[in-house]
Design a protein around this ligand. Structure first.
Ligand code: OOG
Ligand code: NI
Length: 394
């Protein structure tokens, strides 16, 4: 019997969580907080739901990742242009698409690709490309098993186990850098994100995010547990009928990295990896999403404090299920419940990236999106999230 892609994904998600708990102990604290708040729902989809985030440096890596995730039933949905927030990356989210697949494992991976063209300094851009060249993020055994998974044979039990092992290893933290300390520091000076993407052996997990029922409660509990939480929760304000996605994170930890020198290794600290939590609400239609974006823009123009500005800006966004349905703002399924938003939000994602960058990393200015370029690099198109929700809606 071959193991179905949905089951490979479920095993992969659990194994990543075990790994991250060992690598980033504060993530374990976060899981305890979330389990306490989710209570009885811990045994349902909510209890095992999480997303991860990774960053890759070049098209060949994005293609490998797309194949690897494809074998686990995760497909690229949506295009996120982070250059509008001054970040030299663009992204998609690999996730299941069918309701039955979500029921088995809703694991998603937010995946960003470096945009070297946004590095203005010619010499540093050339060095970045040089450094990335030849980096191969898939272990040989992983590549063989991937080919098998993609073939008609599929993977039987023990090969499936090895495949998940190999897939997990791609995203593990490897403390030996591929670059010397001087180049690392040059890259860090240009942008912390670039240093994180270029300097290492592979695309280590940047964070892992359990889903919580009540993010306001979780934010308070994070502070009580001594985790340095972000000042604000990204996304819509607290509401009776939750919509889209709300997120918060704790500050990155400092990890020792070894850098090559002419006569051995020297170590220095790298700060990038953290934990995040999310609360998911209803998927909005294009009309609902346009209203959300408008409210968000209004809040941004306000000179009141964040919570006040958000509450004011969203005051007219209907907050009962009947009104959301009647006005065509949210998607509803055949059972009468709103469909869950399974994707991400570009402004929130920028806030999550930013929470662990410096103000000096804002120097890129606004750019433009390049979805066609991203898709060319990936060798696949990004699926349209609205079409997917519409197909599931009653
Ligand atoms: C990804 C940041 C975006 C989210 O949940 O919106 C993200 C990253 O830091 O690589 O994960
Ligand atoms: Ni995230």
């Amino acid at each position: 019997m071959t193991i179905p892609a949905d089951h490979l994904r479920a095993a992969f998600s659990d194994r990543l969580s075990d790994l991250y708990r060992r690598e980033v102990p504060a993530y374990g604290t976060l899981l305890d907080i979330v389990a306490a708040i989710n209570g009885d729902d811990s045994g349902t989809r909510l209890g095992s739901e999480r997303h991860g985030a990774i960053r890759v440096g070049q098209p060949s890596e994005l293609r490998d990742i797309a194949r690897l995730f494809g074998a686990m039933g995760m497909h690229p949905v949506g295009y996120y242009d982070l250059s509008v927030a001054g970040l030299p990356v663009h992204s998609t989210a690999f996730r299941p698409v069918a309701a039955e697949s979500f029921a088995i494992s809703p694991f998603r991976m937010f995946t960003s690709l470096l945009r070297p063209a946004m590095i203005a300094d010619d010499e540093l851009r050339a060095k970045t490309l040089d450094t990335l060249e030849g980096r191969d993020i898939l272990p040989e055994r992983g590549r063989e098993l991937l080919e098998k998974a993609e073939s008609d044979d599929g993977l039987r039990e023990s090969a499936a186990h090895d495949f998940v092992d190999a897939a997990v290893s791609v995203f593990a933290w490897r403390p030996r850098a591929r670059v010397g300390l001087a180049l690392y520091r040059d890259l860090l000076d240009v942008h912390r994100l670039i240093a994180d993407i270029v300097s290492f052996q592979g695309p280590h997990m940047n964070h892992l995010t359990p889903r919580v029922k009540d993010i306001d409660a979780a934010q308070g509990a994070m502070r009580d547990a001594g985790l340095e939480a972000k000042d604000i929760i990204e996304g819509p304000p607290t509401r009776r009928c939750p919509i889209l996605l709300r997120q918060t994170a704790f500050k990155a930890l400092s990890e020792q990295v070894e850098f090559k020198t002419p006569d051995g290794w020297e170590s220095a600290a790298h700060t990038a990896r953290f934990g995040e939590i999310e609360q998911r609400g209803a998927a909005l239609t294009p009309k609902g999403r346009a209203l959300y974006d408008e409210c968000l823009a209004r809040a941004k123009r306000s000179d009141r404090d964040h919570d006040r500005a958000m509450a004011d800006a969203f005051a007219d966004f209907p907050d009962d299920w009947e009104a959301l349905r009647a006005s065509g703002l949210a998607y509803f399924g055949a059972n009468g419940h709103a469909l869950t938003y399974e994707d991400f939000l570009p402004v929130s994602a920028a806030g999550i990236f930013r929470s662990n960058l410096r103000s000096a990393d804002d120097g890129f200015g606004a750019g433009h999106g390049d979805q066609a370029g991203f898709e060319r690099a990936m060798g696949r198109e990004c699926l349209d999230m609205f079409a997917l929700y519409a197909a599931d809606a009653a």
